[in-house]
Design a protein around this ligand. Structure first.
Ligand code: CMX
Length: 269
């Protein structure tokens, strides 16, 4: 049998009520997890110290005081500074709906509001450690590095009959991208726009060829949290904006047989 999941339930900040946190701690114990409870009024530093000492895989933060916007991200940041970004952080308590996107973008994998059943919390945590893998809905696109989009379209459009639906420059990645839709997926031709572009470096060292494969995910923050929890090496800890306005993140090619792998989330899904 595998070892039980170890969870630290923690109360950051100044609020003085921990009935809810204790109920969650007991429910997770009943679900077979090993749970340590920090007690009230912990600083983010104390919480991370306890998490590292107790060697937990999960930190469950509970806040009723309204300070979650500072305290929850602070815990994630200190974990990262300590090289422990694989610890899954979830939060609960009184958190307004509109605060949730920010907290997720700051690395809190999930927020459980007051109405959440303790079973849902246990299921969410267990799912992270079950090894079922993240949810992929399709191959979003295959990125191909080319010296010249114009020259390459001769083959991809004229010979292969693919239609170029648009060309976009992604300035911060120093690359121009041509989109060639095919079924519910796409071929993307990547042409460097500067000599120091990562794609220019790829072309110099390997020549033209497949640069990356991108998989569509319904929730990129959730997928990143799950990959982190499974110890998959990431190049991007947080999503950034890629071509077509998608949220994207790259995994380290060492994690995926040498193939640069991207996950991406689009508004349409
Ligand atoms: N194939 C295989 N390995 C690759 C690779 C590729 N295409 N690109 C980078 N690597 C390897 C590097 O050799 C390096 O290996 P080591 O750690 O062993 O030295 C590792 O991956 C990390 O690469 P890096 O360049 O040091 O890391 P960065 O975080 O600086 O950049 C990346 C990584 C992937 C973002 C950048 O190399 C890149 O390719 N940027 C362009 C991305 C792009 O195509 N954008 C267009 C739009 C994307 C979209 O919307 O889909």
């Amino acid at each position: 049998m595998s070892n039980p999941i170890r969870v630290l339930v923690a109360k950051p900040g100044l609020d003085g009520h921990d009935r809810g946190a204790k109920v969650v701690a007991q429910a997770l114990r009943n679900a077979g997890m090993e749970v340590i409870y920090t007690g009230l009024r912990q600083t983010p530093e104390q919480i991370v110290e306890a998490a590292l000492q107790e060697d937990v895989q999960v930190i469950g933060l509970s806040s009723l005081s309204g300070a979650h916007m500072q305290l929850f991200p602070a815990v994630v940041n200190i974990l990262r500074q300590q090289g422990a970004s694989d610890v899954l952080v979830v939060g609960g308590g009184v958190v307004p709906e509109e605060d949730i996107p920010y907290l997720k973008s700051a690395g809190i994998a999930e927020i459980f509001g007051p109405g959440t059943s303790t079973k849902d919390i246990a299921d969410f945590i267990r799912q992270h450690f079950q090894g079922d893998g993240i949810t992929l809905t399709r191959v979003d696109h295959v990125g191909i590095a080319v010296n010249s989009i114009e020259a390459s379209l001769d083959f991809y459009s004229t010979a292969m009959g693919l239609h170029c639906s648009g060309i976009e420059e992604v300035t911060d990645q120093k690359v121009k991208v041509a989109f060639l839709p095919l079924g519910d997926s796409e071929i993307e031709l990547l042409e460097p726009t500067t000599l120091d572009s990562p794609v220019a470096k790829f072309l110099q060292s390997r020549g033209e060829g497949i640069h990356h494969i991108a998989y569509r995910v319904p929730d990129i923050q959730l997928a990143l949290g799950q990959l982190r929890a499974q110890g998959v090496r990431l190049l991007d800890q947080e999503p950034r904006t890629g071509a077509g306005g998608a949220l994207i993140a790259f995994l380290h090619p060492k994690a995926s047989g040498g193939v640069l792998t991207e996950i991406c989330q689009r508004n349409s899904e």
